[in-house]
Design a protein around this ligand. Structure first.
Ligand SMILES: [Zn+2]
Ligand SMILES: [Zn+2]
Length: 343
């Protein structure tokens, strides 16, 4: 029984190109009590590998969080399989706005302690006492209310390229950090203000809303399905779009454009730009915003130091990395003193 990937990303890329068929980028999550995450993990891997599904999936005792790419022709089979698992029957699927056949190149199904690394001790509060879920139309009304405080529950590099008008965007590296900062900032308004929150696909707000209610906030709302589902509803129902810029996503696309506004800047020259890249020096891999001109001038690197290393023969680069661990596997969160224009 093959329980893990046998193809490299490069081999997979070639296969996708040769197949020439369309793929759908999809995400979903569900909180539920999973008796044996390892058994579910193996079942999902075996079934989805057969269907040529790719992506990153976390399975935990508390549920499943999945970001996937499914061949369009296998979508119905994939959906039927989800519906055959009782707690995933009719789960809401967030379908990506911009499709990219290479959004994922491997199938990774991992057992984790939690489906989102939220840093919370769930035994200290009632995780089922969540905020009121609102759709796009109600959300648009709510965020015009002068008694509303709108909070972006994502990290700094996500809200930097796109967020809702008038949202508070905490300058944080982790979800856990934002919880405390927001609570402190709004501590005077736990009863008189409406706390409205949103994130990429809704999953972070599921815990955050319950946490804030536990902390004494009386009026807590969350955007159902996050920015992805909001955008779908805005387009389907012809509503006013109040999201500016790009929605950061965690696959090879890095972001999907929601409005034409470019609200961020190239971290190297400061001109308007909202294209995230990873430094081409494999030992660095820093995530940052880089315009096409700077990319050309810097050979897709974040600094002259990385440019020099990147310019060395591959074997020499490998030699330099020896003993330093797999630093290219660490997701560096877009902060570095070499970036002149990063706040
Ligand atoms: Zn630039
Ligand atoms: Zn670099």
């Amino acid at each position: 029984m093959q329980l893990y990937n046998t193809l490299s990303a490069k081999e997979r890329e070639k296969l996708i190109e040769e197949a020439g068929q369309d793929r759908l980028t999809i995400s979903f999550y569900k909180y539920a009590h999973i008796g044996n995450p390892q058994i579910l993990r193996n079942h999902l891997f075996l079934t989805w590998d057969e269907m040529d599904v790719l992506g990153r999936i976390y399975v935990a005792f508390e549920g499943v969080n999945a970001q996937l790419s499914v061949p369009a022709e296998n979508f119905n089979a994939f959906k039927s399989h989800l519906d055959s698992i009782s707690f995933l029957e009719n789960v809401r699927l967030n379908i990506a706005i911009e499709q990219d056949n290479k959004s994922f190149l491997k199938l990774k199904v991992k057992v984790r302690d939690k489906i989102v690394a939220d840093g919370l001790n769930d035994n200290t509060f009632d995780v089922t006492n969540k905020g009121i879920h609102v759709g796009a139309e109600q959300f648009n009304e709510l965020i015009e209310d002068p008694d509303t405080v709108l909070v972006d529950m994502r990290n700094h590099y996500e809200s930097e390229i796109g967020h809702f008008k008038n949202a508070i965007t905490p300058d944080v590296d982790t979800f856990r950090d934002s919880l405390d900062i927001i609570e402190q900032d709004l501590s005077e308004h736990k009863e008189d203000k409406k706390l409205v929150m949103y994130c990429t696909g809704g999953i972070r707000c599921e815990k955050a809303s319950a946490y804030y209610k536990h902390k004494g906030f009386k009026n807590v709302y969350q955007l159902e399905g996050g920015i992805i589902e909001y955008t779908r509803q805005v387009r389907a129902q012809n509503l006013e779009n109040k999201f500016l810029g790009k929605n950061f996503v965690f696959d090879h696309r890095r972001g999907e454009r929601i409005s034409e506004d470019v609200i961020s800047h190239c971290h190297q020259c400061g001109k308007p730009c909202d294209t995230h890249v990873n430094c081409a020096n494999e030992a660095c891999h820093l995530l940052f915003i880089q315009c096409a001109e700077c990319a050309a001038a810097m050979d897709n690197c974040c600094s002259t130091e990385c440019q020099e290393i990147h310019g060395l023969p591959y074997e020499e680069q490998k030699e330099l990395r020896k003993g330093k661990g797999a630093s290219n596997k660490i997701f560096k969160k877009g902060r570095s003193p070499v970036l002149k224009y990063k706040k």
